[in-house]
Design a protein around this ligand. Structure first.
Ligand SMILES: Nc1nc2c(ncn2[C@@H]2O[C@H](COP(=O)(O)OP(=O)(O)O)[C@@H](O)[C@H]2O)c(=O)[nH]1
Ligand SMILES: [Mg+2]
Length: 319
């Protein structure tokens, strides 16, 4: 399926099948996806992108679900991309997500898509950003990106979102882990979910202590901590309010454009590198590499010599 005119016209009309098909195209990440993304670009930029990350089981899907219901009441259309690097087999469709699908998935104003990584995290943020562009072009007002906070993925989400929310739970050690994982740097605010559980006040206090150590003045954004019980729909309005407050702050200070520009810079670099990587390891590059291995191992040729030959061959092929 290529990025033909009919598909794009239907995508702009938010036709569900066309949205799904377009996301499949960008997931394949080939020349068709580049063509599609180029054609839809002038239609994007209206959607607000919310990233939700945190450890498995923290309540990210429950929050996404409740937040979506809130936005639907305001007649906003919501696109959801659930990125789950931990479930390569289910395609991210875990039990909780299936329940969510039943509740809000049949609503015409909601579109849910799960993405799994199949081993590579780096390419995932790229695909999630591309898929967000598709949803943006289809006229979704809000895009929620839910990613499990393991390894690098939670840091990638800040690259895709306008507002990044880090969800934690009262269990001890979470805030220390948050520090380690660099979550403090990416959180525009924190949600302490499951605050019906013991230890929530203590968890907030220790998180607060860590936050206070950061430099801040009236011009910089100070991440807050919002207490929620998502399963009981408690604190969801406060989350929506804080998203709005962050959005306003970013707009008023001209930070919004600056943030999108710096995200765009990283995105374009990633696209360039991914395209070059693909081309370099085309048939002839791979063949030359394989035929050189023995000579390198036996000490006849340096790996640097081979690498430079491969680069030269790549340049010559593209001249
Ligand atoms: N006690 C309690 N359980 C919750 C709360 N929010 C979500 N849960 C439950 O925690 C489990 C994991 O939630 P889920 O949203 O799937 O977590 P995710 O892995 O971060 O997406 C589910 O069984 C939820 O019903 C909460 O505030 N309190
Ligand atoms: Mg989830």
């Amino acid at each position: 399926m290529s990025a033909n005119k009919e598909l794009i016209e239907n995508l702009f009309k938010a036709n569900r099948r066309s949205v799904a098909r377009s996301i499949s195209i960008v997931e394949n990440d080939n020349s068709d996806s580049s063509a599609l993304l180029k054609k839809i670009h002038s239609n994007i930029g209206q959607a607000y992108r919310i990233g939700i990350t945190g450890p498995p089981g923290a309540g990210k899907s429950t929050i996404t679900n409740q937040l979506t219901k809130h936005y639907r009441k305001l007649n906003k259309k919501v696109g959801i991309i659930a990125v789950d690097p931990t479930s390569p087999f289910t395609g991210g469709a875990l039990l909780g997500d299936r329940i969510r699908m039943n509740e809000i998935g049949i609503d015409e104003g909601v579109f849910i898509r799960s993405m799994a990584t199949r081993g590579s995290l780096g390419g995932l943020s790229k695909k999630a950003i591309d898929a967000s562009d598709v949803l943006d072009a289809a006229g979704f007002d809000l895009i929620i990106l839910e990613t499990v906070g393991v390894g690098q993925s939670e840091l990638d989400i800040a690259q895709a979102a306008d507002t990044t929310i880090v969800v934690l739970v009262p269990e001890s050690g979470d805030s220390v882990q948050a520090m380690k994982a660099g979550l403090m740097e990416i959180a525009d605010f924190f949600v302490l979910n499951k605050s019906d559980r013991p230890g929530s006040e203590q968890a907030i206090a220790s998180l607060q202590t860590i936050l206070m150590m950061k430099d801040h003045d009236e011009k910089t954004w100070m991440p807050k901590i919002i207490k929620t019980i998502a399963s009981e729909n408690k604190g969801i309005l406060e989350i929506a309010g804080e998203i709005e407050r962050h959005k306003t702050f970013m707009n008023e200070n001209n930070f919004f454009i600056q943030k999108r520009e710096s995200q765009t810079k990283i995105r374009i670099k990633e696209i360039v590198e991914s395209k070059i990587r693909k081309q370099i390891w085309s048939e002839s590059g791979e063949k030359f590499l394989n035929s050189s291995l023995e000579k390198v191992v036996l000490g006849d040729l340096s790996p640097y010599y081979i690498a430079e030959e491969i680069i030269l061959d790549f340049i010559n092929r593209n001249n």
